[in-house]
Design a protein around this ligand. Structure first.
Ligand code: NAD
Ligand code: ZN
Ligand code: ZN
Length: 367
């Protein structure tokens, strides 16, 4: 079978020499139809996100159930599913509280389900969506309506849930609040449209590529800042939303700042863009040695500002994925508009090149 294998040292190979074992009792085999290429796939190749090689890449995919393990009853052969990267146990305290992304079993899962040229090969993010077939825990196969085209549905599995979930599940933004989104990629655009759904009064967006403005506004942005054209992004944001009174502790700015670039300096700007009481949400993934260096007193103490992290949109995949699909079918969530181009798996490196130009919302692979 075909797949894309990360070989280590910056190398990703498109191959037809992959083999995969069958499902264990609690697993399912999914015939992949489409998969989005997320920035985290680039980060795997360039070493920002460490993961042992060789591994079958891809973690944002959708397909059709091909085979089910003997203990599986949640899906049937032929069902359309979006793959969740959260292989949570379903039994621990975090799972019982509806927080599967806090389940200790949901990370660091090195399932060795493939062999490549005879060598045992793992599944990136427990998902390995860049292959004709993948084998995942049944809990990772989330059934969605057959009416959603899989080329759009696949994006729910990472970029869409990460951005929308950061706003709706983690921040729980309320009507009338103000926000800035840094990075107008697949994740950032999803955050922007969740802010629109939340009734945010002001949705400021920031990117280093001016051409992203049209997409940002299409998804709900009220303002766009080209970060290359201003001296200080936080000062520009504070000028758009000036303080209503007083001058101590640098007032003015937004209630929420979503960092969706993975650039450490941008998280700094996100915190500095907040008004008193505001919260920055760290969504982008920088390299493991990245550090934040920011004055504590003027930013957090006395004025109730905060910084929180967010993994995978604090998702409850079996609740959130079908809900997003429903909202798409009602015309309230844009998914097709996130798909900038669709390519056969063999053109993977073309998608990577286009990602480096920065103009894509998402490039999608077709199997
Ligand atoms: N927390 C999670 O669970 C999770 C899940 C998925 C992706 N991510 C991370 O989220 C980030 C975004 O992913 P994506 O797929 O949307 O990426 P993307 O490449 O599609 O988009 C990133 C955007 O950020 C812009 N950008 C780059 N530098 C900037 C800067 N200094 N200021 C403003 N904008 C800048 C780029 O021009 C681009 O438009 C990545 O770091 C990715 O690894 C995190
Ligand atoms: Zn991703
Ligand atoms: Zn658990």
């Amino acid at each position: 079978m075909r797949g894309i294998v990360f070989m280590g040292d910056g190398v990703a190979e498109v191959t037809s020499e992959l083999e995969m074992r069958g499902p264990k009792p609690h697993e399912v085999v999914v015939r992949m139809v489409n998969a989005g290429v997320c920035h985290s796939d680039l980060s795997l190749i360039n070493g920002t996100i460490p993961f042992p090689a060789p591994c079958v890449m891809g973690h944002e995919g959708a397909g059709i159930i091909e085979e089910i393990g003997s203990a599986v009853s949640s899906v049937a052969v032929g069902d359309h599913v979006v793959i969740s990267t959260i292989a949570n146990c379903g039994r621990c305290s975090a799972c019982a509280r509806g927080l599967p992304t806090h389940c200790r079993q949901s990370i660091g899962n090195f399932r060795m389900s493939y062999t490549y040229k005879g060598e045992r090969t793992s599944a990136f993010a427990a998902a390995s969506c860049f292959a004709d077939l993948t084998v995942v825990d049944a809990i990772q196969a989330v059934k969605i309506s057959n009416d959603v085209p899989l080329s759009s549905a696949c994006l729910i599995g990472c970029g869409v849930i990460t951005g929308m979930g950061a706003v709706l599940n983690r921040a729980k933004v309320r009507p009338g609040e103000t926000a800035v989104v840094f990075g107008v990629g697949g994740v950032g655009l999803s955050a922007i449209q969740a802010l629109r759904l939340s009734g945010a009064a002001r949705i400021i967006t920031v990117d280093t590529i001016a051409a992203k403005e049209g997409l940002a506004r299409q998804f709900g942005a009220t303002d766009f800042i080209d970060a290359t054209q201003v001296e200080s992004v936080p000062a520009t944001i504070k000028a758009l939303l000036p303080a209503s009174g007083g001058a101590m502790w640098n007032p003015g700015g937004v209630d929420w700042a979503f960092e969706c670039t993975g650039v450490p300096r941008v998280l700094h700007d996100a915190i500095e863009s907040l008004d008193w009481g505001g919260t920055a949400v760290a969504v982008g993934v920088p390299a493991g040695d990245a550090r934040l260096d920011i004055p504590i007193m003027g930013n957090f103490i006395y004025i109730d500002k905060g910084l929180i992290g967010c993994r995978y949109g604090t998702a409850r995949p079996h609740h959130d994925f079908p809900k997003i699909a429903e909202l798409y079918l009602e015309g309230k969530v844009l998914l097709d508009e996130l798909v900038s181009e669709v390519h056969p798996m063999e053109d993977f490196h073309t998608v990577i090149e286009h990602m480096h130009t920065g103009t894509l919302a998402r490039g999608v692979l077709q199997f």
